[in-house]
Design a protein around this ligand. Structure first.
Ligand SMILES: Cc1cc2nc3c(=O)[nH]c(=O)nc-3n(C[C@H](O)[C@H](O)[C@H](O)COP(=O)(O)O)c2cc1C
Length: 218
């Protein structure tokens, strides 16, 4: 069997296998290598104009995870999963993001200010056109891309995952001291291994049919 065929089957299998895990086995830990790969998938996520206006906070402290669980309306996976990652958006986009993006690009691609003038104009224009509320929503929207990437990467590795927005953002920000770091929480993802007792593991997947969500304009 050709490698590409095996790859196609693995992707489909992994995506069908994944579900929003509810009950994690607290004794099973994700390896350092797998965690690193999942985080790398987030880091490599695309973003609008390459702003990468995000931070992925791996919360390892068990007491803090218990506090977060409370802020997450008691969702047990917040404390019981092997790992918990909070995805935050940057709140200092207007001040810092364009400069950082230019510096990063100059360094990675050995380009000077003149060569990056067009990019700078696009960044500054794009940011200036948005009011504060739109800017915040824009940054939050970007963080869902690495969230999605992590669900895929984890599932390909056979690591169960649970994306979450069901928590009180202000409380989570306070627990993690995010405001002082120019950050605001958007979502979380729990990673680990499903418990045998998770009743959701065996439920049939609920999805709209392909024909309903995909439309070809020919
Ligand atoms: C951004 C996002 C936030 C979510 N928040 C929660 C949550 O707080 N708690 C929860 O139990 N499930 C949460 N879910 C899981 C969804 O309910 C679930 O993905 C959806 O019903 C489809 O089911 P499946 O992922 O098991 O296929 C969230 C999913 C996404 C993508």
């Amino acid at each position: 069997v050709r490698k590409e065929v095996l790859m196609k089957e693995s992707i489909l299998q992994a995506l069908a296998w994944r579900y929003a895990a509810q009950v994690f086995d607290p004794t099973k830990k994700v390896s350092k290598a797998d965690l690193g790969l999942i985080l790398e998938s987030a880091r490599l996520a695309p973003s609008s104009i390459g702003i990468e206006a995000w931070k992925f906070i791996v919360v390892e402290n068990p007491e803090i995870r218990m506090q977060l669980r409370e802020a997450g309306y008691g969702q047990s996976k917040i404390s019981d999963a092997s790992h918990l990652i909070v995805l935050a958006r940057r709140t200092d986009i207007r001040e810092n993001i364009a400069n950082e993006r230019i510096e990063r690009t100059a360094l990675a691609q050995s380009k000077n200010g003149e060569e990056l003038a067009g990019l700078r104009q696009m960044l500054e224009g794009g940011i200036a056109r948005k009011d504060d509320e739109t800017l915040a929503a824009w940054a939050a929207a970007q963080t869902y891309i690495p969230l999605g990437m992590m669900t895929v990467a984890a599932s390909l590795l056979g690591v169960d995952n649970a994306p979450m927005e069901g928590f009180d953002n202000a409380t989570v920000d306070a627990i993690l001291g995010l405001s002082a770091q120019n950050l605001a929480s958007v979502s979380m993802i729990a990673l680990g291994y499903r418990s045998e007792s998770d009743p959701y593991a065996t439920l049939a997947k609920v999805r709209r049919p392909f024909e309903e969500v995909v439309h070809f304009v020919r």
